[in-house]
Design a binder for this molecule. Structure first.
Ligand SMILES: *[C@@H]1O[C@H](CO)[C@@H](O)[C@H](O)[C@H]1NC(C)=O
Ligand SMILES: *[C@@H]1O[C@H](CO)[C@@H](O)[C@H](O)[C@H]1NC(C)=O
Ligand SMILES: *[C@@H]1O[C@H](CO)[C@@H](O)[C@H](O)[C@H]1NC(C)=O
Ligand SMILES: *[C@@H]1O[C@H](CO)[C@@H](O)[C@H](O)[C@H]1NC(C)=O
Ligand SMILES: [Zn+2]
Length: 965
């Protein structure tokens, strides 16, 4: 599945206004992920959204005895093809239930003698024939044994058919079933999605099979290695269109059970896995192109969205992205068409169903007027991610879910390559450093992290499978594959990849199959040197958790590596066969000159060439191609800092960002001084690029949270004001006094940062500017003059520095908003006010579903808590109404667990710690539900914050004071 950026990842915006920055994104991501989980009981939330919880295999006491007690299929039967007919009803039946009916005949071959047919089936009401749930017949010479009995196993989600005799090895049989299922709105299997257009409720039947929901649609061998051909027929209402993986070959009118319907037949699919099937019935319309060698490419969406040309951008980039992959993989697009559909109500970001990719509207639709640059980038990245899977994942599929990291990590890496091809001016390839590397560094630096790779037998139950969809799989997978591609070079990587895809087309693999082909490609390229095999090098990155910090002493050339832990006192109790040492490929430069790649293969090398004298400097991890952090001796740090202040462009944008991120994290881990970390931000007054600024702001966010209620904040604000002022002026100039949009893609993001921070730090002219834009809008509400990119920042700042009038206007606009993203911008911005009674009133609104929808209630409380004025109000609000809130939202509701962590994020005093503990005691009888773990973590984090503040407050205050004048 695609990664989800529920909040545009580029909301530089209110960052510091709200003192949130990266945290805001993380909060939002976890909210979204939890929402998925809550709604779908652990449905793979399309990814990387899970940034805090680590998968832990659930343990079961139950000991399997019978073949149907095991979660894995016995493997004695192998499917060949299916004929499936489905008929979803888009109106409720007389009991008010939405249903679908259907039948399926699966042709399977017996490969091991057995008198049992075990096939997945879940939540389907199966029609009985002579008391049995299925009919069996033989194909060709084979005669089918009679069915002795059949039954359903709820726990392991099977239909079991016991036969009177054994099936013959090599013989082929047909199992026929007829069934009825609920077309529920739970986003699993074949489900329904509802939306309102022009005041009319519309119903769409759509599907999400990954990972284990195909079995809820028809009985099937529902494992990724059980590939088969599918012949699909969909019966659907007049006035609707049916889509599936294959191209539709015929649609005829018919009358079935007295109902006039259309019957659409699809071309047979290629050999494929069940989790990639898709079925959609809707009244959507499409736009199409045939540019790629007559390949039919279509974008489907609500008629209104298509009429507003919101699908045009997606159509524009799809052709080029497919061309890119055809060349990169050296393999033609494997299907006869490519459909992409925007669903109004689809919780995962996107799903790579083969030939019929499904998206949230925000991941596929782009409105040239109303959408922001961030929205556009998201569309490009998500399309690029999903289309990468059409080969890697769909054509060649990992045998089992334990290798999910390779599928998702791979797509998460090459999505940057595909997007870069489609939008070459965006510098997409740099962004992986912010959005994957720095993100996963934060998670993988905890003692509670886990290795990328899992053993096959550790992943069995559906819940364990969904645990595989996490940040480690997506983002660490992406950055270690990128590192591999860099050290064997991209052409060699692509050659190995192509051999792998062509060898295993329409089949299944394990991750070492890819290593084999890459190794072969390396061996066929004499000019490439690697110090050990691809297997042995990569094992150190995939089989042990974490990553190293490499320390370079440039006076002596001594280099050491050590497992990097954010909390130096944390205890690692997970053993590693490699003792937490890695084979580290280090690209480096000496005083601006690229050097030959160096490999650190032991814990320590006392005699490397990374030595300098005089004014020389060493920079390791050029272009941040390696997944590790770097520390230096103090002299080299000083030389790098002085290089930044005199000639920062001598280093790449991503290296500038990484120096900052490494320094702040090394300081958190107590490896270097906090003041050294702060010094990496001094050169920012000259920095104009987005990635280093964003990296700094994300790191400074913690300082703001810890200090925005103390005297440190005044000095911090003065310092940041001084640093941001030139950036603000820069954008004022290049936008001709804020009348133009900056040309550069990331410049547009950085403009958002510049305005948001300048306003909250009090840069002269900023607030007046914002207010005047907002006032113009208030005077003429039908014409919003604020540029789409700047809306979130401007709304938030205008409300923060305004009063009741500004707030009430936003409220009115919120209630009238027809575009979901506009409503959510306003909902978040209304939490920015500094007026306590407005914040309290807003808190009360969250309990009234006619004002704030129930699903948005807890996230709104969190927005309020981000605001330094709102935080204590939100804390009181939640404490006072805990039992009510718990009763309303506590039972697995989405952002519930983030409520506590969101509110307590600033907690850093003994008094707050006591309050938190008291809250826990006082409400034992009520309970904390899904927030139980979050509450424990909050207590732990508050304790850590108290410690950090105690240790750092004086020196931080001193530093900001000295540097702000
Ligand atoms: C399936 O059958 C059960 C038991 O007869 C019934 O309660 C349930 O409502 C049926 N499901 C549907 C979707 O009709
Ligand atoms: C799509 O491409 C066409 C032709 O190049 C161009 O005119 C149009 O502006 C593009 N649409 C979008 C939304 O980028
Ligand atoms: C790990 O450490 C143990 C004990 O110090 C040692 O015996 C073993 O060889 C080490 N293994 C590796 C791979 O370095
Ligand atoms: C940190 O700073 C203190 C005082 O400024 C200094 O004494 C100490 O040596 C520094 N430590 C490191 C590791 O640089
Ligand atoms: Zn994916």
């Amino acid at each position: 599945m695609g990664k989800v950026y529920y909040v545009s990842q580029n909301v530089g915006l209110g960052l510091l206004v709200l003192a949130v920055s990266a945290l805001a994104t993380i909060i939002a991501l976890s909210i979204a992920y939890d929402k998925e989980k809550a709604k779908n009981q652990g449905k793979p939330g399309d990814g990387a959204a899970d940034s805090t919880s680590m998968p832990t295999p659930s343990t079961t006491q139950f000991t399997p005895k019978e073949p149907w007690d095991y979660y894995r299929l016995p493997g004695s039967l192998v499917p060949v093809s299916y004929d499936v007919t489905l008929w979803p009803r888009l109106e409720p039946n007389k009991d008010g239930l939405y249903i679908f009916t259907g039948n399926s005949s699966v042709v399977f071959r017996c490969v091991e003698e057995t008198d049992l047919i075990i096939i997945h089936s879940n939540k389907l009401n199966l029609t009985t024939f002579n008391g049995h749930h299925a009919k069996l017949s033989g194909l060709g010479e084979a005669t089918a044994p009679t069915i002795k009995k059949s039954w359903l196993v709820v726990k392991t989600e099977y239909l079991v058919v016991q036969l009177s005799n054994r099936l013959a090895v090599g013989a082929t049989y047909v199992l026929h079933t007829e069934f009825l299922g609920e077309l529920a709105d739970n986003l699993e299997g074949f489900y329904r999605s509802e939306y309102v257009e022009d005041g009319v409720k519309k119903v769409v039947a759509t599907s999400q099979m990954q990972a284990t929901y195909a079995r809820k649609t028809f009985p099937c061998f529902d494992e990724p290695a059980m590939k088969a051909l599918f012949n699909i027929i969909i019966i659907h209402n007049q006035g609707t269109v049916a889509l599936s993986n294959g191209r539709e070959i015929e649609t005829v009118d018919s009358v079935i059970e007295g109902v006039p319907v259309k019957v659409t037949t699809f071309e047979p699919t290629e050999r494929m896995s069940t989790y990639l099937l898709a079925f959609i019935v809707s009244d959507f319309v499409s736009i199409q192109s045939n540019q790629n060698n007559n390949l039919l490419i279509r974008i489907w969406a609500r008629k209104k969205a298509i009429d507003d040309r919101q699908g045009e951008y997606a159509l524009n980039v799809t052709g080029p992205i497919l061309q890119f992959y055809e060349r990169y993989y050296n393999a033609a697009y494997p299907l006869s068409k490519s459909d992409q559909v925007a669903l109004p109500d689809f919780n995962a970001g996107a799903m790579e169903n083969w030939g019929l990719v499904t998206y949230r509207e925000t991941a596929l639709l782009y409105d040239p007027v109303l959408s922001s640059t961030g929205n556009k980038e998201r569309v490009t990245s998500v399309i690029s991610h999903e289309l990468a899977h059409m080969w890697f994942g769909n054509l060649v599929t990992l045998k089992w879910w334990n290798d999910l990291w390779l599928n998702e990590g791979f797509a998460s890496y090459v999505e940057y390559l595909g997007a870069d091809y489609a939008e070459p001016t965006w510098n997409m390839k740099d962004q992986i450093v912010l959005y994957d590397m720095q993100k996963v560094f934060a998670v993988d630096a905890l003692a509670s992290s886990h290795p990328l790779s899992r053993k096959e037998d550790e992943v069995n139950e559906p819940a364990q499978i969904s645990e595989m969809f996490n940040t480690i799989s997506y983002s660490k997978g992406a950055v270690v594959l990128r590192m591999l591609s860099e050290f064997i070079t991209e052409p060699v990587f692509a050659r190995g990849l192509s051999a792998y895809l062509n060898t295993f087309a329409f089949g299944n693999t394990v991750y070492t199959d890819l290593w084999d082909h890459l190794q072969q490609a390396v061996e066929n390229t004499p000019e490439i040197f690697i110090p050990d095999s691809v297997h042995n090098i990569m094992n150190r990155w995939t089989l042990q958790m974490g990553f190293p910090v490499v320390t370079i002493d440039t006076r002596t050339g001594r280099i050491t590596q050590k497992h990097f832990l954010l909390d130096p006192d944390s205890v690692v109790d997970r053993p590693s066969q490699f003792n937490y040492t890695w084979f580290v490929p280090i690209k480096w430069m000496k005083s601006g000159m690229e050097q030959q790649q160096y490999w650190l293969l032991q814990k320590t090398d006392t005699n490397s060439l990374m030595r300098v004298s005089g004014d020389g400097w060493v920079l390791a991890n050029t272009n941040v191609s390696g997944y590790f952090r770097v520390n230096y001796d103090p002299d080299n740090w000083n030389r790098l800092l002085s290089l930044l202040s005199t000639n920062h462009q001598a280093l790449s944008v991503v290296n500038r960002a990484q120096i900052i991120d490494d320094a702040f994290n090394l300081a958190r881990a107590k490896i270097i001084n906090t003041t050294l970390a702060l010094r990496t931000t001094k050169y920012l007054s000259k920095e104009r690029d987005y990635i280093p600024w964003e990296s700094a702001l994300r790191n400074l966010d913690y300082y703001i949270l810890m200090f925005d209620r103390t005297e440190v904040y005044g000095a911090l604000q003065a310092y940041l004001k001084k640093q941001i002022q030139p950036l603000f002026e820069h954008f004022k100039t290049i936008t001709a006094n804020w009348t133009k949009i900056p040309q550069g893609h990331t410049d547009q993001y950085n403009q958002i940062n510049a305005i948001g921070i300048a306003c909250s730090m009090g840069v002269k002219g900023c607030r007046e500017l914002i207010k005047s834009w907002y006032r113009q809008w208030m005077e003429n509400p039908v014409h919003n003059p604020i540029l789409a990119n700047l809306k979130s920042t401007v709304y938030c700042s205008a409300i923060a520095f305004g009063g009741v009038e500004e707030w009430d206007f936003a409220w009115t606009m919120f209630q009238n908003a027809t575009l979901a993203s506009e409503a959510s911008r306003l909902r978040s911005a209304m939490a920015c006010t500094k007026v306590p009674w407005l914040l309290n009133r807003y808190l009360e609104y969250t309990l009234d579903p006619t004002k704030i929808r129930k699903q948005d209630a807890t996230s709104t409380v969190q927005y309020i808590a981000r605001n330094v004025v709102g935080m204590p109000l939100a804390w009181n609000f939640v404490r006072a109404r805990w039992s009510y809130i718990f009763q309303q939202y506590g039972k697995g509701s989405f952002s519930f667990s983030n409520l506590i962590s969101g509110i307590t994020r600033r907690f850093s005093t003994e008094f707050e710690l006591q309050e938190l503990k008291k809250f826990k005691e006082d409400n034992v009888h009520v309970g904390f539900g899904s927030a139980t773990l979050a509450l424990e973590q909050s207590i732990e984090k508050t304790t850590a914050n108290i410690k950090w503040v105690t240790e750092n407050k004086a020196s931080v205050l001193k530093w900001f004071t000295e540097e702000s004048t």
